[in-house]
Ligand binder design. Structure first.
Ligand code: MSP
Length: 507
């Protein structure tokens, strides 16, 4: 097998513990990674943290610890959060990793040696106490937006990357690969607002920031934000060693999954840097929308959010995963609220899937002591259920290829809805009273169990914990994607029925 798939999340700033917005990207990436693994791809799923910069140094100083001590704690917390959400990442990169630091220095040096990075002067508005540069439009009433104090114009020596040189080549990439930036609206925004007005060279070093990767041939400079951050996607694979096993195997990335606000860095600066390095550009940058709380972006400074573990503890891992994957059309902005999460959980997980599973397994125990096989006493309407089960593979593939994750889940849960409708049509409790209908009754239960099994194979990508529980009760090892069609020859010897989800009472 040589089908590979490399997917990344952004590397998040560990300036404070993560919120549900960070979970959103990571859960989506996890579902895509799991889906690809099911399909047999050799997947490399990477996440991590972007640990340098003045902001983090300032936070650490406020907390009275070193920047490294400060981020170490947050990263421990983040890894624990990913564990509680069943995130199946293969690699967690930290920009403070030795391998990353060396890689970034080598990249910087190579670009400098070949003339793609040059020394110049950075002019900007500087707030001394905050050690931050601002642009005119960022100022609030002409003052520092963070502390409200006066800013002054300063000039500092800095290195620049010749981004402008790559303008035409970037347009060529977009034209050649219509799926390079998705959703398409983001591409149009980007081309109109950034490419067409003309790209300026990019400042890639600072002398005023201390917490960062030093430019090794000029150590009063540290590498500034984007070269440090973006390079994570290749330093983790062993770059600059182009013969490194992981690099050869997984690069270029198949999807960089990012929030909409950083799509432009990934779709402009990143491919330009890679072209300058003479290596392949990623296949796709997907910029999803934001989760909004009470009409505003979730923000650490506004404090309008809870620790995501509170939602997990109150409603369960898969209620949280299901909600963020299902509620919002992937790509658009959407609202996160506990009320909406409760409604979704009760409607789809409790009433639809949970009820179906419990009813079906309970009847199989009541009527056949949990031993069910196909007696092939079919009615016409059985075929419509079986057809939709067998069609799932095609439908889900199409949806997932376009990253229409919410629609994929809707299709999957539609099969569970159809199973519930099938129970209403077949009325097993009526069949049970008629001795001549026992084979029909067993066929009905078999059709349900086998439909649930096939659908649950896909469910593993989205709700792995629930899928595992279902397979345990079904007592089956037929959990793999290959030949995952309705198999009339399967036999069931079920374990006891369980409640997959508890109804959430609205307070
Ligand atoms: N460190 C940079 C990224 C560098 S990638 C080479 C950064 N970090 S961040 O901590 O601010 O994380 C931003 C990302 O977190 C967004 O792009 C998005 O993936 C996710 N989200 C943060 N808040 C979010 C919402 N409210 N809604 C959805 N996603 C959000 O930017």
């Amino acid at each position: 097998m040589n089908k590979k798939f490399y997917i990344t999340t952004p590397i998040y700033y560990p300036s404070a513990n993560f919120h549900i917005g960070h979970c959103y990207t990571t859960i989506a990436a996890d579902a895509i990674a799991r889906f690809k693994r099911l399909e047999g791809f050799d997947v490399f799923f990477q996440t991590g943290t972007d640990e340098h910069g003045a902001k983090i140094a300032q936070k650490a100083a406020e907390a009275g610890v070193t920047p490294k001590e400060y981020v170490d704690k947050i990263i421990e917390n983040a890894k624990d959060l990913w564990k509680s959400l069943d995130i199946s990442y293969d690699y967690f990169i930290r920009t403070t990793d030795e391998q990353h630091i060396k890689g970034v220095q080598a990249i910087f040096k190579k670009l400098y040696d070949q003339g793609d990075i040059y020394k110049g002067e950075y002019k900007g508005l500087y707030c001394v106490p905050c050690e931050s540069f601002w642009t005119n439009s960022q100022l609030v009433d002409g003052k520092c937006p963070d502390c409200g104090r006066e800013v002054k114009e300063v000039t500092e020596e800095a290195y620049f990357f010749r981004l402008s040189k790559y303008q035409d080549k970037l347009i060529e990439i977009y034209d050649k690969n219509p799926n390079f930036i998705l959703p398409i609206t983001r591409k149009n925004e980007l081309v109109n607002n950034f490419i067409k007005p003309g790209l300026e060279d990019l400042c890639v070093s600072r002398t005023s920031v201390k917490w960062g990767i030093p430019v090794d041939f000029d150590p009063k400079h540290v590498v500034y934000v984007w070269i440090d951050a973006l390079s994570n996607y290749i330093t983790s694979l062993g770059y600059p060693d182009e013969n490194a096993e992981l690099f050869k195997k997984y690069w270029p990335a198949d999807i960089h999954l990012v929030g909409k606000e950083i799509t432009r860095f990934h779709a402009i600066i990143w491919p330009a840097l890679l072209m300058a390095l003479g290596i392949d550009t990623p296949k796709q940058v997907f910029g999803h929308g934001w989760l909004i709380i009470n009409g505003g972006k979730i923000s650490k400074s506004l404090g309008n959010y809870k620790d995501p573990r509170e939602y997990i503890d109150a409603y369960g891992i898969d209620a949280v995963r299901y909600f963020v994957l299902r509620e919002v059309p992937f790509g658009a902005d959407g609202t996160f609220s506990e009320e909406a999460l409760i409604n979704r959980t009760n409607a789809d997980l409790v009433n639809n899937l949970g009820n179906l599973f419990n009813r079906t397994v309970s009847m199989a125990h009541k009527y056949f002591s949990g031993l069910v096989e196909n007696k092939e006493v079919l009615e016409d309407y059985d075929n419509s259920l079986i057809d939709s089960v067998n069609n799932l593979d095609k439908v889900l593939n199409e949806k997932m290829d376009g990253l229409k994750i919410n629609e994929a889940l809707d299709e999957l849960f539609d099969v569970f809805r159809k199973c519930n409708k099938y129970i209403d049509e077949a009325t097993p409790w009526v069949l049970a009273k008629d001795e001549t209908k026992q084979d029909r009754l067993e066929t009905v239960l078999f059709n349900l169990l086998e439909s649930i099994r096939v659908a649950t194979v896909y469910l593993q990508a989205y709700l792995p914990d629930t899928a595992k529980k279902i397979f345990e009760v079904l007592n089956t090892d037929k959990t793999t994607y290959e030949n995952n069609t309705f198999n009339k020859d399967n036999k069931y010897n079920l374990n006891e029925p369980i409640h997959l989800f508890d109804r959430i009472e609205v307070k």
